[in-house]
Each structure stands twice: as C-alpha cells, then as structure tokens.
Design a binder for this molecule. Structure first.
Ligand code: PEP
Ligand code: MG
Length: 577
C-alpha cells in the first residue's frame, strides 16, 4: 500500500479518521430462465439448501441483535426467518421448478415477487409490511445464490468510513449514523441528496472522487479531510497526528459556533430574519431543531416514500404530518408534495426509464400522471392541518397551467373529504417551489396565483446553467453564484415582496453565509436550511446590519463572474463568520 491523496468535492465539512467500508449493495435483476427436465430434482434440492442457508444467516443476525439489546429489530428478523419456512411459499417455488422448468433463481423471483405484490395491496398495514420482508428475503436468497457478501448501512458492525459509487437517498435514509465516520462517493455534487443528508447528519463527506472504489480495499485505514476535500490513504503517523489535531480543533470550533443556535436572528439594526428548518421526516432527530427555528420551510416528503418498499398510506402520512404539525404548533410547517424522479428513485413506485430524468416525469408532473399518488398525499396533509399550521408547497412547477391544475386537484380532494364528512382544513395556504427558470421569470404573474413561494436554488441553478447537479464531470459549471442566478433571485424576491406574498429560499444557498448576506441585501427576510447551518447563519445575521448587507449585495451585483461574486461576498462577511 502506498500513500496517496485523492481530491474530491467536500460537501459536508469535518474530518473522518477510520477504516474503509466498501459499499456495493446487491442489486441484480434476475432474468427469466429455464432448465431441463432432468435437472429439476437437483435444482429443488439446491433451493432447499439455499433456503436453509438463508435461514441460518437470519438466526445468526437475530442472535447478534439480541446480544446488543436491539430486541425490536431481532423480532423483525425472526419473523423473516419464519416466513422462509412457509410451506405454501416453498411448495410454490418447487412446483415452478418441477412443473414449469424455471431455474431456481427465476422460481424464487416469481414466487416472492408475486406474494410481495399481493401483500402490498392489502388493507391491513401489518400485512403490507410483510411485502417488504418478502422482498428482503428474495434479495437475500439471490445474493447467497450468486455468492455475494451481505452489506447493509442500517446495521454496520463497527464504525467505518463508507466508500460507495453513489448513495441513493434510500441508502442514506436507512443509514446508521452513529457508526458512519465519513462518506466518500465516486459521483454526486454538493446539492445531491447524499450531500444534503450528510450535512444534516453532520457526517463529513467528500463526493465525486472518480474511480475511488477500485483504488481502496475493505478495512484499509484512511483519513477523510472533508474541509479541503482530500482523501489520504495509508497515512503515516505524522499525517495521522496532524489530522487528530485538526479534528479536535474542528470539533472545538463547531462547539463554539453551536452557541449561536439559541440566539434570536435579529440584525444589529433590529430586523428580524425568519430562520426555518429543512426536514426529511417526522423522526425526533429531524425535529431536534424545532426550539431554535420559526417553522419548517421545507419538508421533503419523498424521503418517507424511499424508506420502505411499499408506498406510505394516507394514514401513515397523516400521522407523520400531524406529528410535525403538533411539534411546531402555531409556527408554519411547509409540506412539499412528492418530489421523486430525477435522482430520487423509490422502490415502491416504478418510474419510467428516461434519457434525461431531471428533465422528465419528475415531481408534480409525475403526480399529474398518477393522480391517486397525489390525492392520497393531499388528503393526509389537509387532515393533518387540523393539528397545527400546515402549508402546501408544489415542486417543479413550470407554468401557471401547472399551478391551476394542481389547485383543481386539491379542490377535488376537498370535495371528496366533504362528501365523506372527514375533518380537514379548507383554507390551507398553497404555494410553489421556484426552481425552473421559466416560472422564475414570470414571478409577478405567479405571485397573483399562489399564497407563497420558496426558491429552490439547487434546481434553479441546475436548470439555469444547464448542469446536472449530480455529475462531478461538470461540477465546475454548476455555479450557484453565477451573476444570472443573482439577477433571477432578485427578480423573484422583488416580485413577491411587491405583491406582499411570503418568499423564502430553501435550497442550499439559504444555509451558506456568503449567499445569505446577499439575500438579505436584496430584500429577503425568510430562509430555510438544514439543522447544521442554523448556528452559523444566526451568527452571521446577528453581526450584520441591513445597510451593510444592501451595500454588499449592490457590489456583488456588479461582479461579472461567479468567482468574482463569491470572492466579493466572502470578503464582505469575513469578520462575521
Ligand atoms: C432545491 O431544488 O433547491 C430544493 C430545495 O429541492 P431539492 O434539493 O429537494 O430538489
Ligand atoms: Mg428541487
């Protein structure tokens, strides 16, 4: 092993010292295959051996979980182990092999998928959850059959540095954050969902180190410097000692800045700036920012759809939204309707294969094509709104037609609820995300049709600069500080302010101090960000005056390139961060 340094994109700051865990999730599509009549008995026996092996694996996992006090998880694993021995299921696999001459893997695929499908449509939630177990079992059987080791980010044995080609939001949603020291991936940009999650979990992360999976071995010691964006392999003692010091000083600095978590975000000259929270679920760790914020500026509900292999029901969603509504009380909670497609795939809903998914059937467009998906969510939100102050926000809106169509659908849902005599809030505020340049440019028309808007700078930049936000090969062209971004954001803020409608920024720029100084300078008074950004943004706000922010914004508006803008802003806030 030799000492090497690899450069990537540091998307979540921090230092990770530890051993590599190469994450290559098993994900194989099993094509239908048949065998000859004379090999069926051997195949049946192989299936029975395979099933017993899978059973042994599950029992070993269960015992391990019991030993470590994870009794709930142990019960789930135990239930899966029992399902493997189900007589009906096993005889169906055997029948498919013997009578229809399907290969072992095809027979497993067909049987387990068939029952998972049946279970996923059941009325009872308990039965629907069994569908997930069946899919897990099918993957386990296939994985053992194809001789692949088990990997799961939900139950890491020890602390590790996760190195992966990419992490899907479904991987990060299940991540055991207490064991992950750092994340390194081959692809993904600073506004990819892996990056957003890493920041919100405060896990150091470097994304976009091309080909790194092949360069590292499992268990090898590395240092992840996610401040500079450098991964060190085979570190010498001196490097290790150096980084131990850097880590300690980083933690000290983080502790110091955390003191600002609790301060009132008021500028030196007395202007109150609204600081809201971005969340991805109703889980307690996501809601931990509640005491320090004015509300939820963005609830990315798609994460709820990514966790399981079945779609969340109306009741499950209602309970989740109600929990957040109750937590925030009178403070607004902006629920963004389902934003899947693009990089966000979900197991429970087959999305069409598209050449350009970011320009395709994403978010609202997908909901228009699948009304029941949208209606279920709207019903849940309208009902949960009785318990707090919920607002509804539509993502990926491209035209007034989109807004009108979505509003019509919302009205239809209200009529259904009326007919059924179900309690709900009829006058819920309805707003949009501004992330497509076409809608940004007609902001003044939009402001007449919606109650509020929030600027999604992550996608706005992607669509304005024509750069895939996930592709490291073009990350240098993804310029959030592009003068065109500044002009467009200013145009939106002015239009909404003139109309007296609420406008905020909930993309990643809303949590970046340099950008926030500019946003306040152009008149924005409402921000939303991940939990980890709150202390540093509050620190910045309390050190600013509106006059200073305006002067800085004016200067930044005269800059000609993204780099000039960024330098100008960073220089301007040097003493405030
Ligand atoms: C955005 O695009 O800025 C945004 C907040 O939405 P997401 O990052 O979830 O696409
Ligand atoms: Mg977006």
């Amino acid at each position: 092993m030799c000492l090497m340094k690899y450069k990537g994109n540091p998307v979540s700051p921090g230092i990770g010292l530890g051993n590599v865990y190469l994450y290559k999730p098993f994900n194989m599509e099993v094509a239908e295959a048949t065998i000859t009549k004379d090999s069926t008995e051997a195949a049946v026996q192989q299936y029975l051996d395979l099933r017993d092996k899978a059973h042994e694996e599950l029992i070993a996992i269960k015992e391990e979980l019991l030993l470590t006090g994870n009794n709930d998880k142990a019960c789930i694993v135990d239930a899966q182990a029992s399902m493997l021995l189900d007589v009906m299921m096993n005889s169906e696999v055997e029948k498919l092999i013997r009578d229809s001459l399907f290969s072992l893997e095809s027979a497993v695929e067909k049987t387990y998928s068939k029952y998972a499908d049946i279970f996923s449509k059941a009325k009872s939630q308990q039965i629907r959850e069994r569908a997930t177990d069946l899919k897990d079992l099918k993957t386990r059987l296939h994985r053992i059959w194809f001789g692949v080791e088990e990997q799961s980010l939900a139950s890491l044995e020890k602390e590790a540095i996760i190195v992966a080609h990419d992490l899907f939001p479904s991987d990060t949603a299940r991540l055991d954050r207490s064991k992950v020291l750092a994340i390194v991936t081959e692809i993904g940009g600073s506004t990819s969902h892996s990056a957003i999650i890493a920041r919100s979990y405060e896990i150091p992360a470097i994304l976009g180190i091309d080909g790194i999976m092949k360069k590292l071995t499992d268990g090898e010691p590395v240092i992840v410097d996610a401040i500079e964006g450098v991964l060190h392999t085979s570190p010498e003692k001196s490097t290790y000692d150096h980084y131990t010091k850097v880590l300690l000083s980083y933690l000290e600095q983080a502790r110091e800045i955390k003191q600002y978590l609790d301060v009132e975000p008021v500028t030196q000259d007395g202007t109150r700036i609204e600081v809201n929270l971005n969340i991805g679920s109703e889980k307690p760790e996501e809601l931990s920012g509640s005491p320090y914020t004015d509300g939820v500026g963005l609830f990315r509900t798609e994460f709820m759809y990514m966790e399981g292999s079945t779609l969340p029901t109306e009741e499950e969603q209602y309970l989740a939204y109600r929990k957040v509504a109750l937590e925030f009380g009178k403070r607004p909670v902006i629920i963004r309707t389902l934003d899947i497609g693009g990089d966000k795939q979900i197991e429970s809903f087959k999305l069409p294969k598209e050449e350009n998914p970011f320009l395709g059937l994403r978010a609202l467009r997908l909901c228009f094509g699948n009304p029941s998906l949208f209606q279920t969510q709207i019903r849940a939100v309208l009902r949960a709104a009785c318990h707090g102050n919920l607002w509804l926000m539509l993502p990926m809106v491209g035209s007034l037609d989109d807004i009108r169509k979505a509003k019509e659908m919302i009205e239809e849902v209200k009529k259904d609820l009326d007919k059924e005599g179900v309690e709900y809030v009829a006058n819920i505020p309805v707003g949009i995300m501004i992330e497509i340049p076409a809608i940004a440019l007609i902001a003044e028309l939009v402001s007449e049709e919606v109650d509020f808007a929030s600027i999604g700078t992550n996608d706005l930049c992607q669509y304005l600069t024509a750069v895939d936000r996930l592709n490291p090969a073009v990350s240098e062209y993804y310029q959030s500080y592009h003068p065109a971004m500044l002009r467009l954001i200013k145009h939106i803020v002015s239009a909404f302010s003139a109309a007296g409608k609420s406008i905020s920024v909930c993309g990643e720029l809303g949590g970046e101090p340099a950008a926030v100084a500019l946003l306040i300078g152009i008149g924005l008074r409402k921000l939303s960000m991940g939990m980890s950004s709150i202390p540093k943004i509050k620190k910045l706000i309390t050190g600013l005056t509106i006059e200073k922010a305006e002067a800085l914004a004016e200067k930044a508006m005269t800059c000609k390139t993204a780099n000039e803008v960024e330098q100008c802003l960073k220089e301007g806030i040097k003493n405030l961060i």
